[in-house]
Design a protein around this ligand. Structure first.
Ligand code: SF4
Length: 227
């Protein structure tokens, strides 16, 4: 079991510093070439791997060109074009509805405010934060996905369970300049080392400051269950 830094702020800063040294190239792994493609890729990535989304969007983005194409697509055709993605029927509907709203209310442009984005079909705060950060260079929150959720709890940065509450805790302690990068660092570390089922604590750069470290910690703080 590692010993966390004295304050949550110091713990968050130490986590960022060490993970930045470990993953200097950390960034978003979804592929896109404009804001609409980004929005669509993020909608598709809910409960699906970025790798699978990238594979599917490769042909999707060649077939459909702009909000009008998606809004006018037949539901079953668009769904069929997405059929390797989890919940492809619902996601096809979200994309068609979102693109219709973008055409009708935003002159065909992906909006740049949290309120307008979260009014789009299938777009919650997490998706909106990603689109704001990577599509509009606006960082007004921290994207909390499953990796951020798990690592933040394991590292003692939050005791909250739900993403929006976790985000509020993180906003208080992660330096604002690192809000965007914090997510990518957690994702990289969550994939490489601090995996959900079998984290490799022996080979972890955070082991000495992690209260969940498996050496002699009995509890996985992410779940609250014994290791
Ligand atoms: S791999 Fe182990 S030591 Fe590292 S952050 Fe995850 S639980 Fe903590």
């Amino acid at each position: 079991m590692g010993t966390p830094r004295e304050t949550p702020q110091a713990q968050a800063e130490a986590v960022v510093d060490r993970l930045e040294a470990e993953y200097p190239e950390s960034t978003i792994s979804l592929r896109y070439s404009n804001r609409l493609e980004l929005l669509i890729a993020v909608i598709l990535s809910a409960q699906c791997t970025d790798e699978r989304v990238n594979k599917e969007t490769k042909h999707l983005f060649e077939t459909y060109d702009g909000a009008e194409d998606y809004a006018n697509a037949a539901q079953d055709e668009l769904a069929e074009d997405l059929n390797s993605i989890t919940y492809y029927n619902s996601k096809a509907e979200y994309i068609r509805d979102s693109c219709a709203t973008i055409l009708e209310e935003h002159d065909g442009e992906v909006p740049d405010t949290m309120d307008e984005l979260t009014e789009l079909s299938g777009v919650g705060r997490k998706t909106a934060n990603v689109v704001l950060q990577h599509g509009h260079d606006i960082v007004e929150g921290i994207v909390v996905d499953t990796h951020v959720q798990r690592l933040s709890r394991r590292l003692g940065l939050t005791e909250e369970k739900y993403p929006e509450r976790i985000e509020q805790d993180l906003i208080e302690i992660v330096p604002e300049a690192d809000w965007q990068q914090f997510t990518h660092l957690c994702i990289d570390h969550g994939r490489a080392t601090c995996t959900a089922q079998n984290p490799d604590c022996h080979d972890c750069v955070l082991a000495d400051i992690c209260p969940s470290e498996k050496g002699d910690s009995e509890i996985d703080l992410a779940s609250g269950d014994p290791w």
